[in-house]
Structure formats: structure tokens, C-alpha cells
Design a protein around this ligand. Structure first.
Ligand code: PHE
Length: 452
């Protein structure tokens, strides 16, 4: 089977593909609303610390396991130690939970692109516009189908490479445009308060929820704890510099999230007249705040809005494609089904599971699981429960079963391993202990045993 595995051509190929999977709605939509909600500067600080320690160690371990075994996640853990086969299965549940609701949000982005292109962007300035839109039963479903359809078409025809090539051009443009929009945002009257809120940590706003949400966000944004990086690692060439590549992906991913925060959080302050409750808008934050920034800039703003949502849609598609591709390959590896039929099956399953998430803001808004609507529930259970568990077991597996040296040896095949000590300490002790503490407090919180 290994002979048929294609590898990324150049050294940069791996970095680009992995960054394409990592940079997506997590950076532009999810990061800013979490940072706004969970304390601004303190969230940012915790997030950054997690990325350079824990995120680094976990991503490196995943990519190294992939490259070492040349297999995707189910096979990889099994080959390394039979007792850990279950970890492969547990990991593969995550993309199956995330993909459906990711497409719901992808659908919202598609809708926003279309209203900007058709010159109706001005409507989106009203606070109620977004909430009215997602509360409707049919329209969000139509956009969901369009977004899932695009994702499935790309996976069906196996044209991801074309998408990757286009994203080589689109991603840098997204970064540049986002920097321009954030400069515009932070120079609005009243925005400075927001810049301070976002950049200066206020320790009185710290809570276990800050760490839990930052950790969930880190997994989500860096596409960790769901087997994707193992798969990408299996495509990586043996002469690629593992440590360097991981650093580059982290830098790109975190940089994009940071800029998105700068684009959105100061604007919340500028356009809400200092009303801090606007920071709690959660999932709707990007869709409510950005239209105000674009409207403020007049006609040019609407053009920029259209280009911006196009680029975000692109970033979302590269991520949803990598999610769907992973789900398809899990079924194919397991049941030896054909590519196209698997793809259709995954499409149908995904649509079905996405339905309640899409309807959760209107028709089903009184159906709550653990106090959350469907979309929030899927988001919570994957990012804040299953992924920490997967990450925990992966740390134990690497730290005590195959031993950190196995990962280090893989890195050392092609380059030095400068942060080997950090890696070893984090993966063996710091990460597992932190995860357990955070997980326990979050479960108690979800069960309303304690309020954090
Ligand atoms: N990391 C992607 C993002 O930030 C989301 C994603 C998660 C993609 C899991 C693939 C796998 O949007």
C-alpha cells in the first residue's frame, strides 16, 4: 500500500498543504469571538503559550508518527502498538463531528459573499440581519448545501491539488487584505479601547474557561487531535525538516488568527459605543461586526467586503476539503470502498448530521443538549471533550509507550531537533497533567456542578 502513497513534491508542499488545512474559519471566525468573550488579552496570552509549547509538541508528534509509519491515523497507531488501535478510531470520530457543522458556517460565509457581490451588503449592517437569517428554516439549508456541494465536488474529482495551487495565491492575499482591514478597524474612533482589551492581559478576567477554550481553539485551529496531521505527515518526504515545517505552520496559523482578532475586536468597541456586552455575541460576532467596518468605508468598503468574503470562503474550503478527505479516507481504508461512492456516502451522512445544527437557531432553538443548541453542542463535544481526551492519550502514547525518542529519531533523520528537551517535558508531563485538570473542570462546569 505504501508504494501508492504519493508524497508532496517540494519541501514547501507539505507546509502549504498543512497550512491550507489549518488556516480556515477557526482563525477568522472562531478565534476572534472566543478572544472577545474570554477576556481579550489574557485569552491571547494563554493561547500563545499553549501554541508554542503544547501545540508545537503535539503537532510535531503527529507529523512524525505519520511520516514514520507512512500510514493514516487508524493504521499508524495500530502499527506502533496494537493496544492503541482504539486511539485511531477515537481520533477519527472528531473530523466526522466537525465536518457537518463546519459546513453550516461555511454556508453562512457563502451567503455573505453573495450579498456583497450582488451589492446588498448594506443590509447586513443591521444587528438583526444575521440573527434573522440563521433563524430561517430553509435559506441557511440552501447555503449549507451549496457549501457542502462545493467541498464534495472537489473531493469527488480529486482536484485538491488545484485548490492547493490556487490557495498559494489566495492565502497571502487574504493575509494582506486582513492587515489592511485591521488597520482601518483600529483607527476608528473608540477602537483604541478594543486594541487595549485585545492586547493587554487583564489577569482579573482569567478563569479555567479561558484555558479550556484556548486549548480547544488551539486543537481546532491547528487541525490537531483529529488525525489530519498524521495523514499529512505520512505524505511528507523523509528529507523535509520536520521541526522547521511545524514552526512555519504554527506561525502562519497563529499570525492569521492574531490579525483576525485585530480586525474584529477593536471594531466591536468602535461600533458598539463602548457597550462591552457586544463582546459576547459569540458565533455571530464576525457576521455582525465586519459588515459595520465595511459599511463605514463606503462604496470601497463593499468591494473590499466582497473580496474579503471570497477569500474567507476559499480558506474555509481548503479546510473543509481536508476534513472531508480525511473522513473519506478513513472509510476507504477500513472498508476498501471506491473513492466516488465513499464520497457520495459521506456527503449524504454529513448533510444529515448538519441538518439539526443548521436548524438549531430557529426551528430547533428550544432543543438544548447540556444547555447548548446543536451546533454549540457539536462544537463543544469535539473541541472541549473528545479532542483533549485524544490529545491526552496521544501524549501518554508518545511519552511512555513509544517514548519521545522515537519521535526525536524521526525528526533527526532529516534535521536537528533544537527544542527536543522542551518537546520531551511537555509531551510527558506538562501537557497530560494540564489536560486532565482542564477537562475535569470543564466537565463539572458542563454538568453545572460548578460554575467557572
Ligand atoms: N483548522 C481549521 C480552521 O482553523 C479547521 C479544521 C479543523 C480543518 C479540523 C481541518 C480539520 O478552520
Amino acid at each position: 500500500m505504501n508504494q501508492t502513497r504519493n508524497s508532496f513534491s517540494g519541501k514547501i508542499g507539505f507546509v502549504l498543504a498543512a497550512a491550507g488545512s489549518a488556516v480556515g474559519l477557526g482563525n477568522i471566525w472562531r478565534f476572534p469571538y472566543l478572544a472577545a468573550k474570554y477576556g481579550g488579552g489574557i485569552f491571547l496570552l494563554v493561547y500563545l503559550i499553549l501554541v508554542v509549547t503544547f501545540g508545537f509538541a503535539l503537532m510535531l508528534a503527529e507529523v512524525a508518527i505519520g511520516r514514520k509509519t507512512n500510514l493514516s491515523v487508524i493504521g499508524a497507531f495500530k502499527v506502533l502498538d496494537k493496544r492503541f488501535s482504539f486511539l485511531g478510531y477515537l481520533t477519527s470520530i472528531v473530523p466526522m463531528i466537525i465536518l457537518p457543522y463546519y459546513c453550516v458556517i461555511g454556508g453562512w460565509v457563502t451567503k455573505y459573499l453573495v450579498i456583497y457581490v450582488t451589492g446588498e451588503g448594506a443590509q447586513a449592517v443591521q444587528n438583526s440581519f444575521f440573527n434573522n437569517f440563521i433563524a430561517q428554516p430553509v435559506e441557511p439549508l440552501v447555503w449549507l448545501c451549496i457549501f457542502i456541494g462545493m467541498t464534495a465536488l472537489i473531493v469527488f474529482f480529486g482536484v485538491e491539488n488545484g485548490i492547493e495551487k490556487a490557495s498559494k495565491f489566495m492565502m497571502p492575499v487574504l493575509v494582506i487584505l486582513s492587515i489592511c482591514v485591521s488597520i482601518y478597524s483600529i483607527t476608528r474612533p473608540g477602537a483604541l479601547e478594543g486594541v487595549k482589551y485585545y492586547l493587554i492581559p487583564d489577569f482579573s478576567r482569567f478563569s479555567p474557561m479561558t484555558v479550556l477554550s484556548a486549548m480547544g481553539q488551539m486543537f481546532y485551529s491547528m487541525s490537531l487531535a483529529m488525525g489530519i496531521m498524521v495523514t499529512y505527515g505520512s505524505y511528507m518526504r523523509k528529507d523535509g525538516d520536520l521541526e522547521q515545517s511545524v514552526k512555519q505552520i504554527e506561525l502562519f496559523d497563529t499570525g492569521m488568527a492574531f490579525i483576525a482578532g485585530l480586525m474584529i475586536i477593536p471594531a466591536v468597541f468602535a461600533f458598539s459605543g463602548g457597550d462591552e456586552t457586544a463582546l459576547n455575541a459569540g458565533k455571530s460576532l464576525m457576521f455582525i461586526t465586519l459588515p459595520k467596518v465595511f459599511a463605514d468605508a463606503g462604496t470601497l468598503g463593499y468591494i473590499i467586503g466582497a473580496v474579503f468574503f471570497l477569500l474567507v470562503l476559499f480558506a474555509a474550503l481548503t479546510s473543509s476539503v481536508s476534513l472531508m478527505e480525511t473522513v473519506v479516507s478513513i472509510f476507504r481504508d477500513k472498508f476498501k470502498w471506491g473513492r466516488k461512492s465513499t464520497c457520495l456516502l459521506v456527503l449524504a451522512g454529513c448533510l444529515l448530521i448538519a441538518l439539526p445544527s443548521s436548524l438549531g437557531y430557529g426551528v430547533f432553538d428550544n432543543v438544548l443538549i447540556l444547555g447548548k443548541n446543536f451546533l454549540d453542542f457539536f462544537d463543544f463535544i469535539s473541541n472541549n471533550v473528545i479532542m483533549p481526551i485524544v490529545a491526552f492519550i496521544t501524549c501518554i502514547f508518545v511519552g511512555f509507550v513509544i517514548k519521545p525518542k522515537a519521535v526525536a529519531d524521526e525528526v533527526l533523520i532529516s534535521s536537528q531537533f533544537k527544542r527536543q528537551r522542551l518537546f520531551t517535558v511537555v509531551i510527558k508531563y506538562i501537557a497530560p497533567i494540564c489536560i486532565v485538570l482542564i477537562l475535569i473542570s470543564s466537565i463539572l462546569d458542563a454538568m453545572h456542578v460548578i460554575t467557572i
